[in-house]
Design a protein around this ligand. Sequence first.
Ligand code: SF4
Length: 244
Amino acid sequence: MTAALSVLSPTPAVLEGLPLAIDRDEVLRFQGYKKDVDVPTPQVLAIFEEALAIGRRFIAPRVVYRAIAVTGGGADRLDAGGERLHVPQISRLWGSIEAVGAGICTVGEALEAEVRRLFDAREFPLAVMLDSVGSAAVESLAEYANDLLCQAGLHAGTKVTNRISPGYAGWDTAEQAALFRLCPGDPIGVHLNDACFMTPVKSISWLVGIGAEARVDHYFTQCARCWMRDCTYRRAPARATVHR
Ligand code: SF4
């Protein structure tokens, strides 16, 4: 199914059954551990392994994605699909782009239901660890989608930037509503409430820039975390924190 992804898909494309890696360090980071500083105890690692096994049963990765032509813009502004997005310094960060790719990904509702069940059963350490497994899983999924779009872009003769998300780097969370109008979450069961929070909670919405002259790697070196082992366009060796 992933091979069918078009970086310029004009209609919402749904991807399911994606391979998903959940990195232990990433999960522990959500638990407040600092890599190479805080050493988890054997008990913590045992809880992680148990939560990971449970998580794998409940995680259902899904992505919806759509590309929209850019119709205007400015130093801090992008116009596309009848929406005006106010993203600080986006012109400097992404350079010249021809389209934006709007996407939403989720690991689904079932994991959250299991977290609630564990809390109700007073299995607090396991519940909190499972919640962190879900957070790491959806981050990994968003990274995977970014990698996939980069590769799809290369096949189409264009470039894809790092992803950005409402609520980060000065982009107002309220513009998540505009992002959902560009790419509705309904096909993968993700909904937005009036406060611009998504359900299921373990969901991420994002935007990438697309264009032959687009500036890739504005935020981090995508290749360093990319799962595409045999990519002939690789710009940097993989030193993944997200292992696939
Ligand atoms: S290795 Fe680099 S160039 Fe190749 S798909 Fe991954 S991010 Fe893109």
